[in-house]
Design a protein around this ligand. Sequence first.
Ligand code: MF3
Ligand code: CO
Ligand code: CO
Length: 270
Amino acid sequence: KNMSIIIKTRAQIDLMRISCKLAAEVLDYIEPYVKPGITTLELDKLCHDYIVNVQNAYPSPLNYQPNPKGPAYPNSICTSVNAEICHGIPNDKPLKNGDIVNLDITVYKNGVHGDTSRTYLVGDKVTPQAKRLVQITYECMWLGIKQVKPGNFLGDIGHAIQTHAEKNAYSVVQEFCGHGIGEGFHEDPQVLHYGKAKTGPQLQAGMIFTIEPMINQGKRAVRFSSNGWTALTKDRSLSAQFEHTILVTPDGYEVLTVSPNMPAIPDFMK
Ligand code: MF3
Ligand code: CO
Ligand code: CO
């Protein structure tokens, strides 16, 4: 497959730092609202208004239509609850104590996009099993990030993620992947969250892409909602996801989607 991975200029990298920080700051802003009883539509409206009125930016998902034969995305953020894997569309159903919900934020400012997501625990009744899925998914993302340096292979990232997920008896969703990002929301390369070490393109300084593993408690199989967007686990098991946007630097990586309140970075990154 022909891939053309853009090497970003200094100027593009400086703008990406801004958009990515804004996206991460939306995740910090919304965190205190993620409580039992709020609806995902209310979370969408709060994020929309923050991005548009406070950040003077645009929520990239709104009216996004990657497939001309499919529907445009109707909202400003993705809200994927419990067995929803990704691209959950906000609705008027209140979140329940014990739910897990991924909020995926993409912000467009100065001509470039920044993309990041977290899975939140709703209330104080999330089961230990669900908490463990969320924690291992977070570790999977960071183990992928740890593989990012010039000369390593794209396959090294997927291999590290898949190894950790499967060691914990979870499965990796294969229908969605991380992606290059910049002036385009979804650019080359495709960043698979599974695969073989030392395969695929080699990483070079100046590449920017997301790492956003979706990890299922049960089997990896996906079913698609009739809304044309939402992916769910076929076996109805829980699914979790985290996402950062990463710059390949001459020595390794820089996480661009940083914010004051991001969850603690695992000790194995030190
Ligand atoms: N933010 C998602 C990603 O990580 C893409 C969402 S597309 C949307 O790639 F239209 F559903 F918002
Ligand atoms: Co995203
Ligand atoms: Co993404």
